[in-house]
Design a protein around this ligand. Structure first.
Ligand code: HEM
Length: 462
């Protein structure tokens, strides 16, 4: 039987909601900087002296990554009491976590806007900020362990996924800062290898957290508890874990290391996607048979993620062929791969959980805006993604033919223009959905606080 999402704690509502709001703020800022960055492809002098591409790119990417982390954290704070059947262990830790995370986002955003970059790619903030990140992550881990109290034997797959994601984020954030030690910094091969290993595994860690929330939501929507205990789900989980630990090989093609390691790592990451599609397909079949449809909107997002997994898989297979990879590496095709995954898969799965939590609070007009926003996002993302791939192909051919930059650039321009134009529509689609959710979440949060003060009945999303 299908079930409504129903949480029983007002305090947890407010803290989970606040992280999700923080995530949407990061998302809105990120896509605004992304749009400026894409326009700077075509107009290189745009804001050159105030906000150059060297600033807009890290601002965009850092905020996109924090959209993912803040939103998945908020969703987990929502789901944790539901999974445990009891209140959150420490609402105070959660509040401190929220304060510290907001502070780090503020420090990095202001710093990048002022042109201060003292870290490494994707983590360009000053290394001392990492101490704050580790501190709030430890609080998050304690809250998870004490609330959910995971006894891994017999636990559903999403508990395993969350546990591994939480631990591996801690490991990888430390690993990503090993360059501060001379042993790593003094050896370029060691340095680059460890840096990309850390970055690759960090993506694996956030994937674990997101897939965990997706599995939990699927279980609740279908009412089929066995989903979280099926052999296929665990096979997928263990492949995901292997992927998290060993898939980084494809990031180090530039480093002289054994090609076997790189090929094996690519195969592992692709098998993970195949299995994930397999799981969603099974779930989809089950849903279609189900007549009582209480979360139709959330399902649209899951099915959409499903299609993006397939598309990204196709691209991953193509660029994993070593012969093709030597041409595509470092071109817009790599960017298409990264954005296809973070928008098409990660963002869509996060929005699926947000929709699952708030679906029953959405009015008809809100639902219509979400459907239109999702359609706009999907169509524009497809064309945006295809433009990047086309630009990447042109660039690799030009590089192969040793063409001068001045000869190559005019050939790239039409594709970079279409990338920007579809980017505008992508921004419109994402903004439409974000503002609709923000309205509902902030309204729901206000009601929670009012009821809490008035000692009234708990707010549920029904
Ligand atoms: C949910 C929304 C988005 C997410 C999660 C996202 C994520 C990312 C990520 C992870 C990268 C780094 C890629 C790499 O290093 O290979 C990136 C780069 C970039 N993104 Fe986005 N993106 C989003 C939306 C957008 C939008 C709407 C635009 C433009 C309208 C845009 C424009 C760019 C540009 C110009 C780059 C830099 C590419 C380069 O280095 O040449 N992004 N994005």
């Amino acid at each position: 039987m299908l079930q409504h999402y129903n949480s029983n704690s007002m305090k947890q509502h407010t803290i989970g909601y606040r992280f999700i709001v923080l995530g949407f703020i990061c998302l809105l800022l990120s896509i605004s900087f992304g749009l400026i960055a894409s326009l700077q492809y075509i107009f290189p002098n745009l804001l050159a002296d105030r906000l150059s591409f060297q600033q807009t790119r890290p601002l965009h990417v850092f905020l996109a990554v924090n959209w993912i982390f803040a939103c998945v954290t908020g969703i987990m704070y929502q789901y944790m009491p539901e999974v445990a059947g009891k209140q959150l262990y420490s609402p105070l830790f959660a509040k401190v976590h929220f304060g510290l995370m907001s502070l780090t986002i503020l420090i990095a955003t202001v710093g990048f806007s002022m042109g201060s970059f003292s870290g490494r790619e994707y983590l360009e903030f000053p290394p001392w900020v990492t101490i704050i990140i580790i501190a709030y992550w430890v609080l998050f881990c304690i809250n998870f362990l004490r609330t959910v109290n995971p006894k891994l034997k017999g636990a559903p797959v999403y508990i395993w996924s969350w546990s591994v994601g939480l631990i591996f984020f801690l490991i990888t954030i430390v690993e990503a800062h090993l360059w501060l030690l001379p042993f790593f910094n003094d050896n370029i091969i060691r340095d680059v290898t460890v840096q990309w290993k850390a970055n690759g595994s960090m993506v694996g860690a956030w994937n674990m957290l997101i897939y965990g929330t997706a599995m939990f939501a699927m279980e609740r929507i279908t009412g089929k508890k066995e989903i979280g205990h099926q052999k296929t789900s665990f096979a997928f989980f263990f492949l995901g874990l292997t992927n998290l630990m060993f898939n980084w090989g494809h990031h180090t093609y530039i480093v002289p290391a054994s090609p076997v390691v790189k090929e094996v790592s690519y195969i592992i990451s692709m098998t993970e996607l195949i299995l994930f599609v397999n799981i969603i397909m099974k779930w989809k079949k089950g849903l279609l048979r189900d007549a009582n449809d209480t979360n139709p909107l959330a399902k649209r997002f899951f099915m959409s993620a499903d299609r993006w997994i397939l598309l990204n898989l196709a691209l991953a297979i193509a660029i994993s062929v070593p012969y093709i990879n030597q041409y595509t590496h470092g071109t817009q095709i790599t960017v298409a791969h990264a954005m296809g995954a973070t928008i098409g898969i990660n963002t869509t799965l996060l929005l699926a959980s947000v929709t699952f939590i708030f679906e029953n609070k959405l009015k008809d007009i809100g639902k219509k805006i979400i459907i239109a926003g999702l359609r706009t996002m999907n169509v524009s993302l497809l064309l945006f993604w295809a433009s990047l791939i086309a630009a990447g192909i042109i660039r690799s051919i030009a590089t192969q033919q040793n063409e001068y930059f001045s000869v190559m650039t005019p050939k790239l321009l039409p594709y970079l223009r279409s990338f920007s134009v579809f980017g505008v529509f992508l921004v419109i689609g994402i903004m439409a959905m974000s503002f609709t959710y923000l309205r509902v979440i902030i309204g729901a949060d206000r009601h929670s606080v009012k009821d809490e003060i008035g000692q009234s009945v708990p707010v549920t999303s029904q």
